[in-house]
Design a protein around this ligand. Sequence first.
Ligand SMILES: [Zn+2]
Length: 187
Amino acid sequence: MPGATASRPPAPRPPDPRPLTGEPLALDLLNTRWTQDGGVRDLLGDREGAAVWLAANGLDGRFAADEATLRHLLDARDAIEAAVDGTRTERLDRVLGHGRIRPTLTAEGPGERAEFADETWGPAWLAARNFLELLATAPDRIRGCAHETCTLHFFDTSRNGARRWCSMATCGNRAKASRHHARSKEA
Ligand SMILES: [Zn+2]
């Protein structure tokens, strides 16, 4: 029935529990795992968390949070992590093999559309492709938070490129506090 989807109210969904959101898709996928209270939390521990992630990135309208999509997202997350830490590129390259860019021409002009033989690879592929875009834009701006126990990643868009922390309010202040603590112990 035309229009039925548009008029349906969004399903209630638990809020995104992550400390850092809003980074580019590839890094936002990495940021589904974080440390909290000395333990590791993982938003992609189940399908409900995958649904939260898809919605946070505007992908919930096109893709379902089913088991296969979740499995492929976890694969892409490991692949991006391997590529971000060094030169292990094979796994990411394999993820990229599951999609294609199709050039399009519409009344709005030329464009591109991502196509997938298997739609459950869609979100994983989009995240992998976004990582390539970040590499092409500014590889040195892809950073991990400088705090030793923090695993979050960000794309530094600051003018001088001096961002060190996922968040000044949390990790930045924690680092300042521990430096202060070290100094006062020495004194
Ligand atoms: Zn941090």
